[in-house]
Design a binder for this molecule. Structure first.
Ligand code: NAD
Length: 357
């Protein structure tokens, strides 16, 4: 029997500029794209980076709006639109992690202003057409090609300030995209290559970063991995792991990247029996480990990352609520998701036990 499955692959129209110092070419990039002036978007904590980017843009900067927040409140997207209009901006530059990039995407979706992304974490949002917007306490999400950044500048120098703990959880968050892309219902050979390489790059880079956060080669390697993993998320449909994290984040307000970090080994262990090709690819990426789920769990421990939902603030009594919510919305998954299986998974993840491989 042939092991070569049929597939559909649609490339996303994105330009990526990569390298230490890449941000110096931002003004030319804006010019090349045909825009005049950019409004720089960032979170309040990243304001100094935003101002540095605005300085690098020179006369192509319209100003800085340091108002990006988690979950993209609609009023912030509207404020960005108003500020862009007042300042005569014809595009936005989103500098930061998933929150800043998310704001840029919301402005692109709602108000048609194109966005250039300058990522400073490893979350991967800049490579996806997935948007989110929170209004009246409810977060809506969707996919729309209009929110894709027209260009992404990856400059590892901008990630030198990312603390070790954030680097690790953000990097594992990225690898979760690659893991689920390997067994996605719309997986394809080219995305699987990117996923394997993304995991290899990040699992090599993260230990080096924890030893020395100023290691620019390791920072570049991590960002290269994050790019690949983000592209995997943009090209495929996610399964149990992402649904579970979405539910934990939405109902219990658990922190995004640490939740991905805790859940990944457990969700992968659950799916491994139905995902032989993914296990083979991940084993290669992880240096020959025959149980990738367990290897991810060990890696999190080695890197000092959280391994239990308990330490993220979840109460054990919340487990049935999350199980119920996850079961209420069926989706493609390589292994059937059952109440018993999910409860066992969450019990182990809550307690910080090794995954049930
Ligand atoms: P984030 O953008 O909220 O950043 C986390 C923290 O790190 C912030 O306080 C930020 O100021 C700080 N930070 C960022 N870069 C830094 C740097 N270089 N040095 C020091 N501090 C820095 O979080 P995130 O983990 O990047 O992204 C998570 C968010 O992105 C979630 O809301 C998630 O839903 C979203 N996301 C969306 C997609 C998508 O495809 N739409 C993909 C992944 C994540």
């Amino acid at each position: 029997m042939s092991t070569f499955q049929s597939f559909t692959y649609q490339a996303l129209p994105m330009r990526v500029v990569f390298g230490a110092g890449a941000v110096k070419s931002l003004a030319q990039e804006i010019e090349r794209l045909g825009y005049e002036r950019a409004l720089v978007l960032c979170s309040p904590e990243q304001e100094s980076t935003g101002r540095m980017i605005a300085d690098a843009l020179g006369e192509r900067s319209a100003g800085v709006l340091a108002e990006a927040r988690m979950h993209v409140p609609r009023e912030v997207a509207d404020l960005a639109r108003d500020r862009a209009r007042e300042l005569g901006a014809d595009c936005c530059v989103a500098v930061g992690g998933g929150s800043a990039v998310g704001l840029g995407k919301a402005v692109a979706l709602e108000h048609g202003l194109p966005v250039v992304a300058v990522p400073t974490t490893y979350a991967g949002s800049e490579m996806t057409p997935i948007w989110g917007l929170t209004e009246d306490g409810r977060k809506r999400t969707g996919r729309d090609p209009r929110v894709l950044p027209v260009s992404v500048l990856y400059d590892p120098e901008l990630t030198l300030t990312l603390p070790a703990a954030l680097s690790v959880t953000s990097g594992i968050n990225a690898m979760a995209h690659a893991v689920e892309a390997l067994y996605a219902p719309d997986a394809s050979p080219v995305i699987s290559l990117m996923a394997e390489e993304g995991v290899r790059a990040l699992t090599t880079a993260l230990p080096a970063l924890v030893r020395d956060g100023g290691d620019l080669d390791a920072r570049g390697q991590a960002q290269y991995g994050a790019w690949l993993c983000g592209a995997c998320l943009g090209a495929t449909t996610m399964s149990l792991h992402h649904k579970l994290c979405h539910s934990l984040g939405g109902t219990l307000d658990l922190p995004h990247a640490p939740t991905h970090t805790v859940v990944l080994p457990h969700a992968l262990a659950y799916n491994q029996p139905g995902a032989a090709q993914a296990v083979t690819a991940l084993s290669r990426a992880l240096g020959g480990s025959l149980d990738p789920a367990h290897r991810f769990w060990e890696l999190a421990g080695d890197l000092g990352a959280p391994r239990s939902l308990r330490e993220l603030g979840m109460a054990k009594t919340d487990i049935p609520r999350v199980v119920e919510e996850v079961l209420a919305n069926p989706y493609a998954n390589p292994v059937e998701v059952t109440e018993g299986g999910l409860t066992r998974l969450l019990n182990a993840a809550w307690a910080g036990e090794p995954p049930n491989s």
